[in-house]
Structure formats: structure tokens, C-alpha cells
Design a protein around this ligand. Sequence first.
Ligand code: NAD
Length: 422
Amino acid sequence: MPAEGANLQKELNPLANAERQFEDAASRLNLPAGLKEVIKKPRRATIVNLPVVMDDGSIRVFTGYRVQHSIARGPAKGGIRYHPQVTLEEVEALAAWMTWKCAVVNIPFGGGKGGIICDPEKLSKSELERLTRRYAADLSDLFGPESDVPAPDVNTNEQVMAWIVDTYSMHERRTEYAVVTGKPLEVGGSAGRREATGRGVLLCIREASAHLKLPLRGARIAVQGFGNVGSVSADLLGREGAVLVAAADVSGAVHNPNGLEVAALIRYVADHRGVKGFPGGQRLETPIVEHDCDVLIPAALENQITHENANRIKARIIAEGANGPTTPDADRILETMGVFVIPDILCNSGGVTVSYFEWVKNRMGLYWPEAEVNQRLEHTMVTAFRDVLAKSLEHRVNMRVAAFMVAIERVVKVMMLRGLYA
Ligand code: NAD
């Protein structure tokens, strides 16, 4: 492989990136050497091979993973991803990010993540159900409200969570809603969960714009990925007077310097399965991350901003709705350009925060109305943003390094207090 290709492949490795981000922050903290090694590695990684009877009567075996990165601050928490390219390394990286995310927003969870190598597009609903139930059954020793609490991630949804609740409950011989979050409202889900990540993105952008003295009213927004996180962020920002000038998804990209009408675009995407052809804007030919705007929200996939395109970014603020959209090499370039990056472990933590509320409500048996959920979310997010900003100003580091520093300090504090068992 040519050197440039090999370098790029290394730059796009999520586990290597998660480790670099950790090292960058950890090297600035006075951590006991041994302890640093303990929290770098996942606590436990499980591989399961799952036999499933397909609709035609044949048997297929799918490989699945569950990684618990840390349980120091509470049960492992993190989603389950169904994707043909899932790897153990990717799940390890995502599990570590969950540890830091939960610590940044100061909720009592550790970090975990799961995945199954499969293409859900090619499975029938009943095959998907049997696969999910087998995964949940095989891992039911790990899962539990006190030990490991999964949630939806790429290609898993409320229905998948309902199947896991049912499978786990059958094994336990009692209904246990708190074993997963992101459930349907009727099965112990939380009001406001669907909008929670986008609402958190809005709250972070609002705090950042106040800090940078960039008015939100009239700010030009570009959103990559017009799914749950991207569309809710755009909608809520529009209500604050910001203008959506460009939006992209897998179907294509559209722009309008005078503003795309967000509600109409959301309706159009629901009817046409993508932004492509939206009559309220023109087709965007250039990459959306390079679009002229004040705030860029990558809300699609990892590795969208790399050393190759970082110097063409025009946004003043990047609000990471997606996990891992910016590589560490790109971070360095953006920092020299003065771009204010709100890192994923802070920016998209609204989802796990409301998942925490869902878990609390399941355990209390008391369900808060949406207004109360939103109020608590705002308090949690604003506090977290201000903690990270204060760390960033104190140590003269960017927001990503500061967020990791806050998170690592919180995890280490608990580990020191608890001590190492045996
Ligand atoms: P989603 O499936 O609802 O939306 C994803 C969007 O990205 C879709 O519009 C899709 O068309 C678009 N997309 C995919 N590939 C693209 C490409 N190459 N270029 C442009 N657009 C592309 O998913 P979501 O729940 O909105 O999640 C988006 C991101 O946010 C993911 O990285 C996810 O891990 C992260 N995230 C989500 C939550 C949550 O609560 N949903 C919480 C934290 C982080």
C-alpha cells in the first residue's frame, strides 16, 4: 500500500484515535502510571457466535460483541450496533468513548458498547428478532440494570430494545424495563428521548456562541446527516433564529443561502427518504463539511473531517453530533485555524443523559413529563459544557482535550477511592 494510503488508514482507525485522544489528555494529568494502564484497556470483551434459524429453514451463525470498558462509576452503558463492518476494535473504541461521555456529563455509568456483524437490510423482521433474542439470551449474564445497560445505536431501534427487555425478562421471570434504554414509550421509554441528542447539540451550540460572542440569531448552519440527531438539531436551532443553509444525507445535499425551511425539509425527507430534490433549495455540488457557514454539525458518520479537508473548513464552530467525525490529525489543523470544536463526548451526550433519566424512572416507577426531562437535560448539559470550558481556559487546551481531562479525572477519582480489588 502506498505510504499516503497507509497513513490515511491509520488516521481513520477509531481505536487508534480513541487511544490518541486519551493519551493527549492523560499526559497533561498527573496520573499514577499503573492506573493509566488500567483505564486504557477495556475491562472485559466478550465474543459470541449466535446460531439463528433463517426464514428458509437454514442455519446461519452471526458473530457479536459486547465490550465493557469501565464499570468504575456505575453499570456499563452503551448502544448495540448492527452493521456488516462491525469489528471488535471499533466496539472497543466506542465503549471507551462511552466511559468518557458518561463521566463528562457526570452521570453514574461506566462505558460499554455492543455490536453484531450483520446487514439488517438483508434480514427479515423475524430473523432480526431471533438474532436479537439470541444475542440478549447469550449475554444475559452480563446485562442487567446494575451491571450493563445497552441502548440503540446504528441500525438498532426501539423495537430491538423491546425484544431485549422481553428476552431478559423471560429469563429473570419478572418484567425488567431498566435493562436497556431507548425503549418505546409504551415499554418504559422516556418522553423526550428521541429529541434528546439534538437538544443537547443545541444547548452546546448556544453555550459556545455565548462564549464566542457569535449571536445564534441569524447564524448560518450546515448539517451533515439529516437523520434523528441532524434534523432535530436543525429544527431546534431554527426556533432560536439560526438559519439552515445546507443539509446532506446519503441521498445527496441541498443548500439555500436564504435558508432551507426546516419543517418542510423534515416532511420532504419522510416522504422521499432523503433530502435530494428538495424544492426549497438547490443541489449542493461541493462537500457539505466545506460549505460556507458559521456552525457545522457533522451528524452522520465517523472520520468526516480528516487532515485532507480540515484546512477547507469555513465554519467557526463544529458541533459533533456524530461519534468520532473528526480525526486527531484534523483536530490539530482546526486548532491552528481557530475553529471551536465541541467534541462528541460532550456535544452528543444529551442522548445518554436522557437514557439515564429513563433508567432512573424505570427503577422508581415514576414517569416525569417531557418538560421536566428537558429541564433536567438542560441543567446537566449546561453544567457539563461550563465544566469543560473552564478546564479548557485554565489549561489553555482545546475543548476535546479539556473534555477528556474532566472525564479522566472523574473516573480516576472514583478508582482511587474504591481501590483495586484483590
Ligand atoms: P440516523 O440513522 O437517524 O441518521 C443518520 C443520517 O446520516 C441519515 O440522514 C443518513 O442518510 C446520513 N448519512 C449516512 N451516511 C452519510 C454520508 N456518507 N454523507 C452524508 N450523510 C450520511 O442516525 P442518528 O441517530 O441521527 O445518528 C447520527 C450520528 O449521531 C451517529 O454517528 C450516531 O452514533 C451519533 N449519535 C446518535 C445518538 C442518538 O441518540 N441518536 C446519540 C449519540 C450519538
